[in-house]
Design a protein around this ligand. Structure first.
Ligand SMILES: Nc1ncnc2c1ncn2[C@@H]1O[C@H](COP(=O)(O)OP(=O)(O)OP(=O)(O)O)[C@@H](O)[C@H]1O
Ligand SMILES: [Mg+2]
Length: 303
């Protein structure tokens, strides 16, 4: 009888300890937020955002993709999906976050974009708190939140970059694209951005061109901005990238063995390894809630 009770107590204590451990894990493993920007339009942000997200999924990571191109949100169009609700429904209090999230290939979760994010800046504190509680509910449910941004270096795009754990700047080898990519890095450096910055060179003719352009970009950023840029990799020009747009499928889904897809998969692996290089406490990110808090604060301060 006594030993029965002792056994029960021991089991209870064990359960409580496991719960505390799980909660502590949850706290230290916040979602890592990764913003994709370029300055110049049409250089491959959405292509990378979607296919990098899918590559991360295929590496066993839990990923949510936020379509934050406020002008021409189009991740859903790229996949032939027609979401019923958008982020606007969340911001206006008409739907919960869980209601607006849709599921894409490989279990990828997507928050359909649109102009709703702009409205965050105009919310009352109480309304904003409601949204932060909502997004806080899914913090830790994902290893990565990938954020696709629009062209240009607008106030919104700056706020996304500054709020990110990692900014991936994507550029082609074209001088105009490189100048705009440099502009992105310069903008966040001036604002004392403390997260990671890395570069992807898109539409290269071969790996050598990718390496050469990336190395030049890295040196210029180091010399003039004192920013250390990591080289995540390059993506070759591949006619299949355009082909899948017409099929309304993702490259990773339709042609996972294509040259461009394999390069993006390598970029995903490097991104995961970057996280692994940080200390255990930093290996997660600062989370989705923190990300929304930061962009809202920036938008309000610069309204
Ligand atoms: N590696 C590639 N090889 C061939 N075509 C590519 C490649 N990357 C992107 N493209 C094509 O370039 C065009 C622009 O790509 P994408 O829409 O990803 O750019 P973006 O930076 O998101 O544009 P925007 O600034 O308008 O949002 C698309 O037609 C896409 O199919
Ligand atoms: Mg785009």
């Amino acid at each position: 009888m006594i030993s029965d009770q002792a056994d029960k107590l021991r089991k209870m204590a064990q359960g409580v300890r496991q719960q505390i451990e799980a909660e502590m894990m949850g706290i230290s493993r916040k979602t890592r937020t990764v913003v994709i920007s370029s300055g110049k339009g049409g250089v491959g942000k959405s292509t990378l955002a979607l296919n990098l997200s899918l590559s991360l999924c295929s590496e066993g990571q839990r990923v949510i993709l936020l379509d934050a191109d406020l002008g021409l949100a189009n991740i859903d169009v790229m996949l032939g999906l027609s979401p019923e609700y958008h982020i606007q429904h969340l911001v206006q209090g008409r739907k919960s976050l869980k209601d607006i999230i849709i599921t894409g290939p490989l279990g990828l979760k997507i928050i359909p974009g649109g102009s709703g994010i702009n409205e965050l800046a105009n919310l009352s504190d109480a309304e904003l708190n409601r949204i932060l509680i909502e997004v806080g509910k899914v913090d830790g449910d994902y290893d990565y939140m990938v954020i696709d941004t629009g062209a240009g270096i607008s106030k919104n795009v700056i706020s996304f970059m500054l709020a990110a754990d990692e900014v991936i700047v994507i550029t082609t080898p074209e001088p105009t694209s490189l100048t705009d990519a440099y502009g992105c890095v310069k903008t966040i450096a001036k604002q004392s951005y403390a997260g990671g910055v890395s570069v992807v060179i898109n539409q290269v003719s071969d790996n050598n061109e990718g390496l050469m352009v990336a190395e030049k970009f890295r040196l210029v950023c180091k010399q003039f901005l004192n920013v250390d840029i990591k080289l995540l990799g390059s993506i070759p020009s591949d006619s299949l990238v355009g082909e899948v747009v017409r099929q309304q499928k993702a490259l990773m889904q339709a042609y996972p063995r294509s040259t461009a897809a394999r390069h993006i998969q390598n970029i995903a692996r490097r991104l995961v390894n970057l996280g692994g290089m940080a200390s255990p406490a930093e290996s997660g990110g600062s989370g989705i809630k923190k990300f929304f808090q930061k962009i809202t604060r920036f938008m309000r301060d610069h309204g």
